[in-house]
Ligand binder design. Structure first.
Ligand code: GLU
Length: 291
């Protein structure tokens, strides 16, 4: 029987580099949470920012997911092919007078005493395509209950940029518009995105949509520093030839105690073993170092 509130989850990598161990843990966490709840798991390529992208990274990420048995259901979406849709979403916000062009830097806005006083928000300047487009979102706070990080209360201090000065659609616009369009009910991702969640929740509401359930997984930290593993600090690409071993290490990060023989199984067998045993509460909330 169809549930009235089906679970749809997603993994949404930006192709700024290959999949590294930290992103594998996020992909795996979102996959297991979806499958264990009888849900659908989608992949969306967030190729929205060509200057930051690495040629070939999107294909490498998809190959790595596949090699690790992380097969998505439903069509793969590419944000680079959805510009028309983002323009429509901006148009609906503009019709409701929720957008305004702004050329101010952060420092200028701070010096003016906030967006309200910056002049741009009140001005009637038309969008000629040369300024950033900001959402009238600042003010008050957003409250949500995160699966792993618990109850959150975030002040919304900024009028979020939805289209950048350089003409690129902003992550905040595309991620929320696509989550709504794809019917995403659960967003499971790394805790590095926790701070942006209040602003996203605000945008969900302004677009008349129920925000998804958010779950921010603890980050994997690099071996000799306090930084999370990330493409920016050149975390090494995971080796697809060691997929079963990688999955077992990633499952250890997610709190599983694995039988020794599991690493000899295929990725698909390992994933079905884990999906049958997945418990949200087993995830260790402390950021963990890669040994
Ligand atoms: N594309 C973003 C990233 O790779 C993640 C977006 C999200 O999961 O909401 O950091």
């Amino acid at each position: 029987m169809d549930s009235p509130h089906p679970y749809t989850g997603r993994f949404a990598p930006s192709p700024t580099g290959p999949l590294h161990f930290g992103s594998l843990v996020c992909a795996l966490g979102s996959y297991l949470d979806a499958v264990a709840h009888g849900g659908t798991w989608l992949v969306r390529m967030e190729d929205l920012d060509p200057p930051r992208e690495e040629p070939g990274a999107a294909d490498r990420i998809l190959k790595s997911l596949d090699a690790h048995g992380l097969h998505w259901q439903g069509p793969l979406e590419w944000q680079s092919r959805r510009h028309g849709f983002y323009e429509e979403v901006l148009a609906t916000l503009a019709e409701r007078d929720l957008l305004y062009p702004c050329r101010c830097t952060r420092a200028q806005i701070r010096a003016a005493g906030g967006h309200d006083n910056s002049g741009c928000r009140r001005g009637k300047r038309r969008d000629d395509g040369s300024a950033a487009l900001r959402l009238k979102s600042a003010g008050g706070e957003e409250i949500f209950d995160d699966i792993w990080q618990g109850s959150q209360r975030q002040h919304i201090d900024d009028d979020t940029i939805l289209k950048r000065k350089d003409g690129l659609y902003a992550y905040q616009l595309a991620v929320v518009a696509d989550d709504i369009d794809q019917g995403i009910s659960h967003v499971v991702r790394g805790a590095d995105l926790l701070d942006t969640t209040g602003a996203q929740q605000r945008l969900f509401k302004l677009l008349g949509s129920q925000p998804p359930q958010f779950g921010h997984l603890p980050l994997v930290m690099g071996p000799d520093n306090q930084q999370k593993l990330s493409k920016q600090n050149h975390a090494p690409a995971i080796d697809d030839r060691r997929a079963s071993k990688n999955l077992c290490t990633a499952l250890g990060f997610l709190g599983f105690h694995l039988p020794a023989q599991l690493s000899g199984e295929t990725p698909e067998q390992i994933l079905s073993w884990a999906a049958a045993r997945w418990q949200r509460r087993q995830v260790d909330l402390r950021n963990r170092h890669l040994a």
